[in-house]
Design a protein around this ligand. Sequence first.
Ligand SMILES: [Zn+2]
Length: 456
Amino acid sequence: MPRDELIPSEQRIYGWIEQVFAQGVRRPGYPADRWTEQFCFERFREFGLEKVRLEPVELPYWEPARWSLTVWGDGPGAVEMLELPCFPLPHSAPTRGLEAQLIPFDEQSPEGVKDNIALYDVTLIRSRHATLAGLATWCYDPDASFADSTQVLPFGREIQAVMEPAMAAGAVGFVGALVGYPSNSYDYYVPYDAVARPVPGVWISGEDGARLRRTLERGPAQVRLTVESAREAITTHNVVGELPGADEETVIIGSHHDGPWSSAVEDGSGIALVLAQAEYWSSLSPEERPHRLVFLLNSGHMAGGAGAQAFIETHRAECERTVLEVHLEHAASECREEDGELKATGLPEARWWFTSRIPSLEAAVRAAIETENLRRSLVLPPTAFGPRPTTDGGDFHLAGVPIVNFLTAPFYLFDSQDTLDKIHRPSLVPVTRAAVRIIESTAGRSAAEMRSAAVA
Ligand SMILES: [Zn+2]
């Protein structure tokens, strides 16, 4: 049972999100991300955690400085010149000014883009909530809000491999059109695997993509693409702090401190949810903590999950002794487009709880969700969407650590529109309380016992 008086208030948790958001764009190694490392470090100290430390994480830094996209028809009499707003694909190649013909990518005959700049449509996946619920081991939707609604996911079917089809066909440049993207944005920080791709690329809005297609129907068009960006190896830090508990096996409670933009939800909210856990558990005595608790705010989620991977690599023995890894990401409001603007529906975005297939753990997660009335929740097997959960903590699953990874996936997750108004404030305290209950449920269970109870 959570001790009510010790749970941080909604205002306090939201206040941490506001402070982090106010620092600006928090990409790995940016000044706002450095500030956030220090902020988390200082909060851990202030709560009285022990062994508070910054653990180094090497990763590629990427910073775009200037970019532009100019298109003009080169048919007879075609002089119209368009300057289109755009945003470079992270870690794609810089160019001082690449000029080539623009060719729409055609899956049936992809070779048409060879030595040209490909116009490639990306359509975010739209999935019926009921279909997603079909992948769950359990679903809590007492208002039947999933009955015939649809979720727009933050990825197209290419996931991060958006440039690969055009590159494989020999394109020398990439113009990605975000077709049907709510609110017609082009601030899309994907891919975020931090892989240097050898051709330059930019995102444009779906409307501009349609406009270019109409231009191309009238005749050929030329493109000039300019991207100035810096890419270099840097050292960032995972922020770690610990609290001793009833035994020396551990529960890890994590999220990531970087984000694609100022990113309130991704993951200002995750930082705040981990700080809430650290503050709560620090006010109890060691005997009241089921195990040693390790609080972890990773760097480099937006650089291919570099922080989580570095932690696992450097703490193999500790991972063996880990009873449970809890990751907390994204207290998000569901939004829809109305008259070109994003409006909150008032509902929380569907909540995914990737949970290792350990019956007692799944039961604890279900009970916590129900008790805290976290409607629109799905308990998902870690492998629901692939070999690992689509979370910053997903690699713990691959490392054999029992997990509960909480995540929501609103379509605006990688967009600059992830602002403070996207936070689903009424979720902050109940998610905190549910996480406390799930951690409490591990009392008296060993890491070995948890692993041996897993069902295939
Ligand atoms: Zn996140």
